[in-house]
Write a protein that binds this ligand. Sequence first.
Ligand code: AMP
Length: 217
Amino acid sequence: MYVILLGPPGVGKGTQGVLLADAMGWQRVVTGDLLRAAVDAGTDLGHEAQGYMSAGELVPDPLIIEMVKEKLTALPPGRGVLFDGFPRTEAQASAFGLMLQALGRTIDGVVVLEASDEVLTARIAGRRSCPSCGAVYNTVLAPPKQEGVCDNEGSQLVHRADDTAATVEHRLTVYRRETEPLIAHYEASEASVHHVQGDKRVEEVQGEVLEVLGLGT
Ligand code: AMP
């Protein structure tokens, strides 16, 4: 199955993506993680992307499309794939459609996670993530067992440079303007689109995500 997780920053795409991919043995394609890795590695892509990311702007479509194309062709065939943070614009969605067509694949489901701006802002302020396994914590809502340390990996958790109050509001505006219209894009396509409230307990949201995708027990 190929599934897209759509939703504003802070809604829980990362958390739900890890849980869903682990439960199903799927690959994850997370453009934010790929970009952060490129920045850390100091590649040309990383240098180009860094300014946009720290300003809460989208990285230009051609860079993203090329990056995803490379990633898609390198994926082992036959496994489910979960896309988190991609596509984010109409141009990316169109290019993605063509990439999938060339691979003989289709999007089987789109899960739209939703929450109010107040919930999103609070979550992002306390968000900490593990650079090794991608696990996401919240200092208030879902703290790790030991402060600042990943329960799974023992790695030091990081606070993303773009998770500041100043940037969050802008990222939400960019989401509403550029990415939210993709819900209508996929509703008008063959893919089935499911809306799930993301402001509940992690396990509850996970149960609903599995359910709407027809993967619940
Ligand atoms: P995320 O971890 O998904 O919140 O992404 C962090 C930042 O990376 C975003 O604010 C953008 O600057 C950039 N980014 C991630 N995915 C994309 C994408 N599909 N298109 C453009 N920019 C992206």
